[in-house]
Ligand binder design. Structure first.
Ligand code: PAN
Ligand code: ZN
Length: 192
């Protein structure tokens, strides 16, 4: 058999990036403009099309036995009163979990169950040092509620895979908005 060699990756706190970069994926507002509620704010911001988040994937075989891992960075900011967030997904193999470890910034981890029953919702706070567990059968999205980048490490089974289409079409059942200066969870009026 061919041996996969051990490797290190580093988080560069000063330049807010992973070194080496690995497979870097960037998401600008135009990649997810329909996911935000305030479409007037979206149109205004699209003139500049800001980067919302990026994630650096260590190049690991997508196979059982391996552990995929990556560092995600969500830039601070809002679209209207809704905080910058990831698209969100669930794993193609729904019964695979994930660990998030927050290394910088603050935010929230939204989760929504993806079993055959009625979807359930959970939210966890994220701040430097938080170790969050996303159990099997929970879609997940992260949101930056702070003034600085929110950076976290994600670790999940090699074979997990990602499904985006459903959340792209339906959204999450809750939104996180700033209300009276505070992050506030509200029902998503457009949830299908
Ligand atoms: C994370 C996410 C990353 C970007 O590594 O992939 O934060 O979010 P989206 O994938 O929703 O765009 C993870 O949960 N991987 O499984
Ligand atoms: Zn995931």
């Amino acid at each position: 058999m061919e041996l996969f060699r051990p490797i290190n990756s580093y988080y560069d706190f000063e330049n807010i990036k992973m070194v080496p970069e690995g497979d870097l994926i960037t998401r600008n507002l135009s990649d997810m403009d329909w996911m935000y509620q305030d479409q007037e704010a979206v149109q205004e911001l699209l003139k500049e099309d800001p980067q919302i988040y990026r994630y650096y994937n260590v190049d690991i075989p997508e196979e059982e036995g391996h552990l995929q891992h990556c560092i995600s960075i969500i830039n601070p900011g809002k679209v209207g009163n809704e905080y910058n967030m990831t698209k969100g997904h669930f794993h193609e193999i729904k019964g695979t979990a994930e660990i998030y470890y927050t290394i910088q910034g603050e935010g929230m981890l939204f989760m929504q169950s993806v079993t055959d029953g009625e979807p359930e919702f959970e939210a966890l706070e994220m701040k430097k040092g938080t170790l969050s567990y996303v159990p099997p059968y929970w879609a997940h999205r992260t949101i930056n509620t702070g003034e600085e980048p929110l950076a976290f490490i994600g670790i999940y089974p090699g074979e997990a895979g990602h499904v985006y289409g459903e959340i792209e079409a339906k959204g999450f059942m809750k939104l996180l908005i700033e209300k009276d200066g505070e992050p506030t969870i509200i029902d998503n009026p457009n949830y299908k």
